[in-house]
Design a protein around this ligand. Structure first.
Ligand code: OSB
Ligand code: MG
Length: 370
């Protein structure tokens, strides 16, 4: 494929409810959409970087800069064997900036799948027609509010609930939820809010029947995660720590986790995501697909990735309605009666932009290339 043009569109979406995690709160979600034009047709993706550098160092601002100044110029006019070659060219052009790189690389995957007339899931090697959906619940002001929220999502049919935790809102809070929902597949996510002094305290989560404990410690600290994993039976799952296939290999070698959350934006795209999926499969480590409060565009990529064989747990791939009154794609993602989301079967990511709605919420359009 030859990349002839790249278009960046910044849109603003309002979350149905603010989303609070240990490191900050999101109310409005500005999203950078990216469309590449190739000699074989177009492809679509979204950059998952947020407003602030609280999840990782990337923001909308740094992503837009990296895309405009370094990444787009490195691939515009170039011919590539496929999306993996695009990923390699992006890596050669700049260190870091995985979310910015992923936006181009994932659009290349969509273009490649559309050009072949196959769904992205099939091109990636997926073998599922629908994927079980979990939901990630932000920090709530009280246990009562949390129980009500959990109850509402369980009633909708979600197959797994993830609770955000932070110091002061952890073991007792989770025990309360567990008491009210004895059978519910339940996980917790700390977004790196704890340190070595909390090892004993976090071990108190063991015995609450959690499927996994996600990213308790800072991203760089693999050995601290290994120390916790050695002490507890509940699997430790890494999110922020897994920044590349090489990093994943180290985490597995150190036994820092027994499960892995894959987010394509965090690792620079779908090529690296699939490599991490395969590494984990070889090590007997189950993976699942996380989320970054995506619109339907990023959600479509995530759902396609979730169709791969070693994705063994429900992900944060919820329906559009969990986040948005109105999504920017048609068709929107809906929750099936059995708590699954259907993997699109139309070519590429299988959804298209709702251009009428986009015209209302678009803040900026930048065209790069001829
Ligand atoms: O840690 O998984 C996370 C949202 C923003 C940033 C980080 C995370 C999250 C979520 C929500 O947990 C995932 C989603 O539902 O999109
Ligand atoms: Mg997480």
């Amino acid at each position: 494929m030859r990349i002839d043009g790249i278009e960046l569109r910044l849109v603003r979406l309002r979350l149905r409810e603010p989303f609070r995690i240990s490191s900050g709160v999101t109310r409005d979600r500005r999203i950078l959409l990216l469309r590449i034009r190739t000699d074989d047709g177009a492809g679509l993706a979204e950059c998952v970087a947020g407003e602030t550098p609280h999840y990782s160092c990337e923001t909308l601002h740094t992503a837009r800069w990296a895309l405009t100044e370094h990444l787009a110029p490195a691939v515009l006019g170039g011919s590539f064997d496929g999306p993996a070659a695009v990923a390699a060219a992006l890596d050669a052009a700049a260190k870091g900036h995985p979310m910015a790189k992923a936006a181009i690389e994932m659009a290349a995957w969509d273009a490649a799948a559309r050009a072949r007339g196959v769904p992205l899931a099939a091109l990636l090697g997926g073998d599922k027609t629908a994927v079980p959906a979990g939901v990630s619940i932000g920090l709530q002001p009280s246990d009562e509010a949390l129980l009500e929220t959990v109850d509402a999502f369980v009633a909708q049919g979600y197959r797994r609930v993830k609770l955000k935790i932070q110091p002061g809102r952890d073991v007792d809070m989770v025990r309360t939820v567990r008491r009210h929902f004895p059978e519910l597949p339940l996980t917790v996510d700390a977004n790196a809010a704890y340190g070595a002094e909390s090892l004993d305290h976090l071990a108190g989560l063991d015995g609450l029947g959690l499927l996994l404990i996600e990213q308790p410690f800072p991203a760089d600290d693999l050995s601290l995660h290994a120390a916790l994993q050695q002490r507890i039976d509940t699997p430790v799952c890494l999110d922020e720590s897994i920044t590349s296939p090489a990093r994943c290999r180290d985490a597995l070698a150190l036994q820092a986790c027994r499960m892995v959350n894959i987010k394509p934006g965090r690792v620079g795209g779908l090529t690296a995501s699939r490599d991490i999926h395969d590494l984990c499969a070889d090590a007997g480590v189950p993976v699942w697909i996380g989320g970054m409060l995506e619109s339907g565009v990023g959600r479509a990529h995530n759902v396609a990735l979730a169709s791969l064989p070693n994705v063994k747990l429900p992900g944060d791939t919820s329906a559009s309605r969990r986040y948005w009154d109105r999504d920017i794609v048609t068709p929107e993602f809906t929750l099936n009666d059995d708590g699954t989301v259907t993997v699109p079967t139309a070519p590429g990511i299988g959804v298209d932009l709702d251009e009428a709605f986009l015209a209302e919420i678009e803040e900026d359009v930048t065209r790069l290339g001829p």
